[in-house]
Design a protein around this ligand. Structure first.
Ligand SMILES: CCCCC/C=C\C/C=C\C/C=C\C/C=C\CCCC(=O)SCCNC(=O)CCNC(=O)[C@H](O)C(C)(C)COP(=O)(O)OP(=O)(O)OC[C@H]1O[C@@H](n2cnc3c(N)ncnc32)[C@H](O)[C@@H]1OP(=O)(O)O
Length: 184
């Protein structure tokens, strides 16, 4: 992966460990929001990523490239592939039970991805330092051992839950996340 200093963990970064309460190995992760473009099961033409964690600190996911995801005829759009990488990385950092947002996403495209392909994705964390998490992902064509088509490195920044309430739609957050109080 060609990655910049901004997505490379500093020497003092700590390695993540599974937290108590992490999903059981192999359990499906489910969407964090039904209308999310990446994972929402209620999105009409989203990516519909399905994911699980094998170990409580990383995520494996599948993304089937559909007609609605094309750039060139018959081939996945690069921005859509970047969105899939963003999503699987976001799912992996969510395992640490604090809210993070993407600060920076770097993507290498190694092979075209035809419509109909099942992209087998994996995301993991290389280190955490203060509010910053340094993550990586890859997408392989056809099987978990298939050729790598896309790689990504990312810097995610921890935010307060209020970030989503302040900048987003607080009522929808309350409707979908019943543990989140609108007026705490
Ligand atoms: C139904 C409701 C759901 C509720 C939601 C709840 C949880 C959902 C979360 C996850 C769910 C699970 C799955 C994940 C799903 C999706 C994955 C996709 C995730 C996204 O798609 S998310 C959207 C795109 N994303 C944004 O919308 C961010 C916009 N942005 C900002 O909101 C601010 O920009 C922010 C907060 C990033 C920082 O702002 P800030 O004021 O808090 O902090 P500040 O600027 O001081 O940065 C602190 C330190 O980070 C460094 N830093 C910051 N940005 C950097 C950059 N770009 N490059 C390099 N370094 C950077 C600074 O240099 C400083 O470093 P230092 O400390 O060393 O000086």
């Amino acid at each position: 992966m060609t990655r910049s200093a901004l997505t490379t963990p500093p020497p003092d970064a700590t390695r993540p460990r599974p937290l108590p309460g992490a999903p059981a190995p192999g359990a499906p992760l489910g969407p964090h929001y039904s209308r999310c473009f990446g994972c929402g099961d209620g999105h009409p033409n989203g990516l519909h990523l399905t994911a699980l964690t094998p170990d409580g600190i990383s995520v494996v996911a599948e993304f089937t490239v559909e007609e609605t995801h094309q750039g060139a005829p018959g081939l996945a759009h690069g921005g859509v592939l970047a969105a899939a990488m963003d999503e699987v990385i976001g799912m992996s950092v969510w395992l640490f039970q604090r809210p993070y947002v993407t600060g920076r996403l770097e993507t290498d495209y190694l092979a075209p991805v035809p419509v109909g392909t099942v992209l087998h994705m994996r995301a993991w964390c290389n280190g955490m330092s203060g509010r910053k998490a340094y993550l990586e992902a890859e997408g392989r064509i056809g099987s978990p051992d298939g050729p790598v088509a896309v790689r990504a490195a990312a810097l995610f920044i921890e935010v307060a839950m209020e970030h989503f309430a302040k900048h987003g739609d607080i009522q929808t957050i309350a409707d979908e996340h019943h543990e989140y109080e609108v007026n705490p």
